[in-house]
Design a protein around this ligand. Structure first.
Ligand code: SF4
Length: 396
C-alpha cells in the first residue's frame, strides 16, 4: 500500500497522471472527503471558464427490438429468439418517437436494442437513413462495439466496413454501451457470449480512427473486485491515449431485478462516489465524467457533482433497459434544474458534443409548464406508458 496518499491526490488534482496502482490505492484507502476534494479540484481546473455549470441533455432511448442471442446474465430486457415475449418496433413507430423527441426539445437519439439474429448492417443503414431523412436535426448517438461486432457477423463484412456504412447512413457517434466490465474474469461471469473486453476496445479504437467518436461506460456492482474496476479504467485510458475518441466516461450501477444474477451484489453509494472521483483523477485524458442519477438516485446524482462529475446525464424521454431491471428513478427537466441548482451549480442544457444550448442562469426564465418528463413512454415501468397505442410486431 502507498503510505502517503496526499502527494498522489495533489498531483491528480493538478491534472497530473497517476498510475493504476495509485488509482487503486486512492479508491480503497483515500479518505472520502479528501478524494472528493481532489476530484472536484481536477474538474475545476479543467473547466476553469465554466466552473459553476453542470450539464444535462434531453434525449430518447429508442428500443428497436428486445430479441437477443447474447443472453447477458445481468440483463432483464432481452427475449431469446422464438420467445413469445420478443418484439420488433416498426419504422413508423420509431419515427413517431423521434417526432415526439423533437417536439419536446430533445436533441439526441440513443438507438438501443438486442442482438437480433437477422439484423445486419443493412437494418441499421435503413433505420438511420430513415431517421435522418425525416429528422436531420436529431443526433444519432447510439449503439456500441457489441452491436457492431454482431451486425458485421450477420452481414459477413469486416468491422471497418460495418462502421463506415452505418456512419454514412446517419450514425453520428457511438454511445459505448456494452462495455460492462472490460477485464476478462468479471466480463465472462456476467456476459459470457459477448465479445471480449479487448475486442470491445479494438472496435471502439477502429471507430475513433474512422472519425466516429464515442462515450465509454462501466457497469458496476456485479461482483467485480476493486482492482478489476481500476483495470477497466486503465483499459479505457490506454485507448484514449492513442485515439482521444472517448468524449466521456459514464459509470452506472447494476440493477438487481428480473435477471439471472438474482441481485447477488450491488454497488453502494460510497463505492459509486469513490469511483466517480477516481475516474475524474485517473482519466485525466477524458473530458467529461457523468453521474448516473437514473441508476443511483437523484440525491446520489447531486453528490457526484461534488466528486468530479461535470454532467448529470439526461432527461431520458424513454428508457426500458435498466428500468426492466429495477431502476425506478424518474425525473423531469424542472426537477433536474432544481437538483443541479441545489447542488450549487448552474444547469445548462447541452448537445451531444457538450456545447451549451441553454444556460439556465436565471430561475425566472425556467419553463413553467414542463412536458419534458423522463420515461414518458417507458414500457418497463408501471404507469410509464403514456402511449398505449405503441405498435410492436411479433418478432418470432
Ligand atoms: S445487455 Fe444487450 S446484448 Fe446483453 S442480453 Fe441484454 S440486450 Fe442482449
Amino acid at each position: 500500500m502507498i503510505s502517503d496518499l496526499q502527494p498522489v491526490l495533489d498531483r491528480a488534482a493538478d491534472g497530473g497522471r497517476i498510475t493504476p496502482e495509485e488509482a487503486l490505492a486512492l479508491y480503497v484507502h483515500a479518505p472520502l472527503h479528501a478524494l472528493g476534494r481532489a476530484a472536484d479540484a481536477a474538474r475545476r481546473k479543467r473547466y476553469a471558464d465554466t466552473v459553476d455549470i453542470a450539464t444535462y441533455i434531453i434525449e430518447r432511448n429508442i428500443n428497436y427490438t428486445n430479441v437477443c442471442v447474447t443472453a447477458c446474465k445481468f440483463c432483464a430486457f432481452y427475449a431469446p429468439p422464438k420467445s413469445e415475449k420478443g418484439w420488433v418496433r416498426e419504422i413508423d413507430d420509431i419515427l413517431r418517437r423521434c417526432a415526439e423527441t423533437v417536439e419536446l426539445g430533445g436533441t439526441q437519439i440513443m438507438f438501443q436494442g438486442g442482438h437480433h439474429p437477422d439484423f445486419g448492417v443493412e437494418y441499421y443503414e435503413r433505420s438511420f437513413a430513415a431517421i435522418k431523412a425525416a429528422f436531420p436535426q436529431l443526433v444519432i448517438h447510439s449503439l456500441g462495439a457489441s452491436e457492431v461486432a454482431h451486425m458485421a457477423k450477420v452481414s459477413g463484412v469486416g468491422i471497418e466496413e460495418a462502421i463506415s456504412r452505418i456512419h454514412a447512413a446517419g450514425l453520428d457517434s457511438f454511445a459505448g454501451a456494452g462495455a460492462e466490465l472490460l477485464p476478462e474474469r468479471p466480463r465472462t461471469a456476467i456476459a459470457p457470449l459477448k465479445e471480449s473486453g479487448e475486442r470491445w476496445l479494438e472496435i471502439m479504437e477502429t471507430a475513433h480512427g474512422l472519425g466516429v467518436e464515442s462515450t465509454s461506460t462501466m457497469l458496476m456492482g456485479t461482483g467485480e473486485t476493486n482492482a478489476e474496476r481500476i483495470e477497466h479504467l486503465r483499459m479505457i485510458r490506454d485507448v484514449q491515449d492513442r485515439t482521444g475518441g472517448f468524449r466521456a466516461f459514464i459509470p452506472y450501477t447494476y440493477q438487481p431485478e428480473n435477471n439471472h444474477l438474482k441481485g447477488r451484489t450491488q454497488a453502494t453509494l460510497l463505492e459509486y462516489l469513490r469511483l466517480i472521483a477516481v475516474a475524474r483523477l485517473f482519466l485525466h485524458n477524458v473530458a467529461h465524467i457523468q453521474g448516473s442519477w437514473l441508476t443511483t438516485g437523484k440525491e446520489a446524482g447531486q453528490l457526484t457533482l461534488h466528486y468530479g462529475a461535470d454532467d448529470l446525464g439526461s432527461v431520458m424521454l424513454e428508457e426500458n433497459v435498466v428500468s426492466s431491471a429495477g431502476a425506478k428513478h424518474r425525473s423531469n427537466r424542472m426537477e433536474l434544474l432544481h437538483l443541479i441548482r441545489a447542488a450549487g451549480r448552474i444547469p445548462a442544457q447541452r448537445d451531444t458534443t457538450y456545447n451549451h444550448l441553454i444556460v439556465h442562469d436565471d430561475p425566472a426564465n425556467d419553463p413553467v409548464d414542463d412536458k419534458v418528463v423522463s420515461h414518458l413512454s417507458s414500457t418497463a415501468l408501471t404507469g410509464g406508458t403514456a402511449h398505449p397505442e405503441l405498435k410492436v410486431v411479433d418478432a418470432r
